[in-house]
Design a protein around this ligand. Structure first.
Ligand code: ADP
Ligand code: MG
Length: 702
C-alpha cells in the first residue's frame, strides 16, 4: 500500500495565499490588499512594509533563506536572482533578517543581458522589476534551499516593457471593453471581466542516460538526426494507453509538487506518440495561468531528473512523430458569474452571446496574422502545418449547431431554429443513454469553439502562453470597443444589435471553417478566401509592426511602437541564434561522431571484402554494401562542408532580419541535406558501431 496522500493539506502549502494573508495581516491591510488585487490602484510604502514582514515571516517559518523577484523576460522562460534576507549584524554580532516593503515592490536587476531588441544599449543597464500583486508569491525548494519567489513585471529604465507581463495591460483592456458590452445588456452588477485560461501541456519523457549521449537533445532539445524506428505511433496504442510504472511514478510526484505550488494539476494521460504525455490544470485567471504554466514546465523538468529521465518540451523532438502543443483554452467571465462564451440552451436567442461571437469572428479575421504570430516560436515551425497539428492558417471552428445559427443570421437576420443534439442510444440495456452534444469535435482546427470557451491549439509546447493571450485579449477588446461605440449611441438598441451581428458575421464569415484543417484542399480554399498562410516564425514577425498592429496595441496601451519593434527584432535574433546552435550541433555530431563511426565501419567492411575475395568466394554482397555506405558517406561529408560555410556566411551578416531569413532559407536546407544521408546510414550500418541511441531506444525504452 502506498502512503496516503492528503491533497487538501498539501494544496498551496507553498503559496502565500489570500487565506494566509487574511490570517497574518491586520484587517485593514488585508482589505486594502484585496481591493488592490481586484480593482488595481497605488500601493503605499507603509502597506508594503506590513505585507513584506508577514510574507517574510511565513517564508522563514517554512525554511526560506532568500527571496527573489521572479520575472519573465523575452527569453520565454523565467529569471531569478536570489537575495538572502540577511542584513548588517547588530553591535553584538546578532543577525537580524530583514525584508522591507521597498524590496517587495521594486527590484533592480541589471537588464543588460536580457533580450531587449534595441530598447536598451548595454551601457544603459538599469532595469526594474515591480511586484505583480495579482499573482501570489510562492516558495521554491531545491538544492539551493527554499527561496521566496515574488512574481514581478520587468521593464527598462525608460519604462518600456521587457517581459511577458504586458499581458496584464491586455487584461485591463478586455475587461473595460467587455464591461461596456455586458452593460448594454443590463448587467450593471459586474465590475470587471476576467479572461480565464486553461493550458493543456504536452511533453515527452526520455531516459536520462540515453539523453546524455545525444548532443542534439542536450543543446537543442530535439533530435537533429535519427532514422525512424520500426514502430512509431501507427497502431494508435499509446494515446490514452495504460501509463507505464516509471512514468506513473513521475506523474504522481509531479502532481504533488504542483499541488504544493497551488497549481490545480487535474488531468493526465498518454498522448499520441510513444513517450509523449499530457497534463492539464483547471483554468484560472489568465495572468495566474501564465505564471503557473511556467511553473508546470519548470517542475516537469525538475521532477524528471529525480526519476532518471529528461522532460522534452520542444514542439518537435522527433521527426515523423506527433509534435507537442499547448491547447490554450480561453474564455471571458464577469465577476458576477456570467461566462460571455456560454451560449446557453438556445444560442439562437441569446443575443449577448451572438454579439460576443460576432465580435470574436471579426477580431480573429481582422487579426489572423497577429494571432498566428503570437503562437510562433522556433520549434513550432516544425509543427504547424505538419500532419498532426493545426495548419499555420488561422480559421475558426464553431461546430454544426453554431455554424447553422450563423448562416441563418447571415441569410435572414434571424435564427429561427436550432439543430439539437438528441439522444445517444448505447443499444445496451445496462448502459445509460446520453443527451448528445449538438456538435462533434474538430481536432484539426487552430481555434475551436468547445462549448463555453475557445481552444487556441496553435500554441507551441515550449512557449510561454503570455503572448497568445495578450493578443487574443487585445484583438477582442478592439472588436468589443468598436461594437460598443456604435451600440451605445443607437436609438433603437434591439434593431442596432441585430444589424451589427448580421453585418459582422456576413463580413467575416470567411474565417469559419468546419472541415479538415489538415487537408491539402484547405490550403487552396483558404487562399481563395484571402486568409493569410504565414508559414514560419520569421515571416510572422513583421505582422507586429504593421500599421494595423501598432494602432491596435497603442490604442489600448498594451504595447508602444518601440516595444513592438523591439519584439520583432528579438524574434529575428532568437531565431538566428537557435538555428545557429542547431547547425553547430549537427556539425559537431557529424564531424566527431557519425562520420568517424562510418569510416571505421567502411574499413572493417573493406577488410571483409578483401578477406572474402581471398577465400575465393563471391564478395558481391559485401562490395555492394560498401558501395552504398561510401556514397552516403561522401554525401554527408559534402553537406557537412557546405553547412560549415553556410554558418560562416550567416555569422558575417549584419542585418538581423536578413540573417534570420538566411538561417531559415539556406542554413536549414543544408541541415536537411546533412541529415538525410546520416539517417540512411543509420539504417544500413551495424548497430554496434552507431554512436548514439536511436529513435526506438529513446521513445520505447523509457
Ligand atoms: P477538453 O479540451 O477535452 O474539452 P476540458 O473540458 O477538461 O477538456 O478542458 C481542457 C482545459 O480547458 C482545462 O484546463 C480546463 O480547465 C479548461 N477549461 C474548461 N472550461 C474553461 C473555460 N470556461 N475557460 C477557460 N478554460 C476552460
Ligand atoms: Mg482540449
Amino acid at each position: 500500500m502506498s502512503e496516503k496522500l492528503n491533497v487538501e493539506d498539501i494544496f498551496a502549502s507553498k503559496v502565500f495565499t489570500l487565506g494566509k494573508m487574511k490570517e497574518r495581516l491586520p484587517r485593514s491591510t488585508y482589505k486594502e490588499i484585496k481591493q488592490l488585487m481586484d480593482q488595481g490602484g497605488e500601493l503605499s510604502l507603509e502597506t508594503a512594509d506590513v505585507v513584506a514582514k508577514a510574507m517574510k515571516d511565513w517564508a522563514m517559518e517554512n525554511g526560506a533563506t532568500h527571496y527573489t523577484h521572479w520575472f519573465q523576460p523575452l527569453t520565454g522562460i523565467t529569471a531569478e536572482k536570489h537575495d538572502a534576507f540577511v542584513s548588517h549584524p547588530d553591535e553584538e554580532g546578532k543577525m537580524i533578517m530583514e525584508f522591507s516593503g521597498k524590496e517587495l515592490i521594486k527590484g533592480e536587476p541589471d537588464a543588460s543581458s536580457f533580450p531587449s531588441g534595441g530598447l536598451r544599449a548595454t551601457f544603459e543597464a538599469r532595469g526594474y522589476t515591480a511586484w505583480d500583486i495579482t499573482s501570489p508569491a510562492f516558495l521554491k525548494e531545491d538544492a539551493t534551499g527554499v527561496i521566496l519567489c515574488i512574481p514581478t513585471a520587468f521593464c527598462s529604465y525608460t519604462g518600456e516593457a521587457l517581459d511577458k507581463k504586458t499581458l496584464l495591460r491586455s487584461m485591463e483592456a478586455i475587461s473595460q471593453q467587455a464591461l461596456r458590452i455586458v452593460r448594454l445588456f443590463g448587467n450593471t452588477g459586474a465590475t470587471k471581466v476576467v479572461a480565464s485560461v486553461g493550458p493543456e501541456q504536452e511533453y515527452f519523457l526520455v531516459d536520462r542516460e540515453k539523453y546524455l549521449q545525444r548532443e542534439d537533445l542536450i543543446f537543442s532539445g530535439r533530435t537533429l538526426f535519427g532514422a525512424p524506428a520500426p514502430k512509431g505511433q501507427e497502431l494508435e496504442d499509446h494515446y490514452f494507453g495504460t501509463i507505464r510504472e516509471r512514468v506513473g511514478s513521475y506523474m504522481k510526484d509531479l502532481n504533488v509538487e504542483l499541488w504544493k505550488l497551488g497549481v490545480t494539476a487535474k488531468t493526465q494521460h498518454n498522448e499520441v506518440a510513444p513517450a509523449q504525455h499530457e497534463l492539464a490544470p483547471i483554468y484560472e485567471t489568465a495572468n495566474i495561468a501564465v505564471d503557473h504554466n511556467q511553473l508546470v514546465m519548470e517542475t516537469m523538468k525538475k521532477v524528471a531528473g529525480r526519476h532518471g529521465m529528461t522532460c522534452l518540451l520542444h514542439e518537435k523532438p522527433f521527426a515523423g512523430m506527433n509534435g507537442s502543443g499547448k491547447h490554450n483554452n480561453w474564455s471571458l467571465g464577469t465577476d458576477n458569474g456570467v461566462n460571455l462564451l456560454d451560449p446557453g440552451d438556445t444560442p439562437n436567442e441569446n443575443i449577448q452571446f451572438l454579439l460576443v461571437l460576432a465580435c470574436i469572428m471579426k477580431a480573429v479575421d481582422t487579426h489572423a496574422d497577429l494571432l498566428r504570430q503570437s503562437a510562433s516560436d522556433v520549434g513550432n515551425d516544425h509543427r504547424l502545418g505538419g500532419n498532426e497539428a493545426p495548419p499555420a492558417i488561422i480559421s475558426m471552428f464553431l461546430g454544426e449547431q453554431l455554424e447553422d445559427v450563423v448562416k441563418q443570421l447571415i441569410e435572414t437576420g434571424e435564427a429561427a431554429h436550432l439543430i439539437e443534439g438528441g439522444k445517444l442510444e448505447t443499444g445496451v440495456s445496462t448502459l445509460p443513454d446520453f443527451e448528445k452534444d449538438a456538435t462533434d469535435r474538430n481536432r484539426t482546427s487552430p481555434f475551436a469553439f468547445t462549448g463555453n470557451k475557445f481552444e487556441f491549439r496553435t500554441v507551441g509546447s515550449a512557449d510561454s502562453i503570455a503572448s497568445p493571450n495578450t493578443t487574443l485579449n487585445a484583438i477582442v477588446a478592439e472588436a468589443f470597443c468598436e461594437a460598443a461605440d456604435i451600440l451605445e449611441k443607437a436609438d433603437n438598441f434591439e434593431l442596432a444589435v441585430h444589424d451589427l451581428i448580421k453585418e459582422y458575421m456576413t463580413k467575416h464569415q470567411r474565417i469559419m471553417f468546419n472541415g479538415d484543417g489538415y487537408a491539402h484542399e484547405w490550403i487552396a480554399e483558404a487562399e481563395r478566401r484571402g486568409l493569410p498562410n504565414i508559414k514560419s516564425m520569421v515571416e510572422a514577425a513583421s505582422t507586429l509592426t504593421t500599421d494595423k498592429s501598432i494602432r491596435l496595441f497603442e490604442r489600448f496601451g498594451i504595447f508602444t511602437r518601440a516595444e513592438l519593434e523591439s519584439r520583432e527584432e528579438i524574434t529575428y535574433e532568437t531565431y538566428a541564434k537557435t538555428i545557429n546552435i542547431e547547425a553547430l550541433t549537427m556539425i559537431d555530431m557529424a564531424g566527431k561522431k557519425y562520420i568517424p563511426a562510418v569510416i571505421r565501419y567502411t574499413r572493417s567492411l573493406a577488410d571483409t571484402v578483401i578477406a572474402v575475395k581471398e577465400a575465393g568466394v563471391d564478395a558481391s554482397v559485401q562490395t555492394e554494401l560498401l558501395d552504398s555506405v561510401t556514397v552516403r558517406l561522401s554525401a554527408a561529408k559534402a553537406a557537412l562542408d557546405k553547412l560549415k560555410k553556410a554558418v560562416e556566411t550567416a555569422a558575417a551578416m549584419e542585418d538581423v532580419k536578413a540573417q534570420a531569413f538566411y538561417y531559415k532559407d539556406t542554413v536549414k536546407t543544408v541541415m536537411e541535406e546533412l541529415r538525410t544521408p546520416i539517417d540512411e546510414l543509420e539504417m544500413m550500418v551495424d548497430k554496434s558501431v552507431w554512436p548514439v541511441p536511436g529513435y526506438g531506444e529513446l521513445t520505447f525504452e523509457v
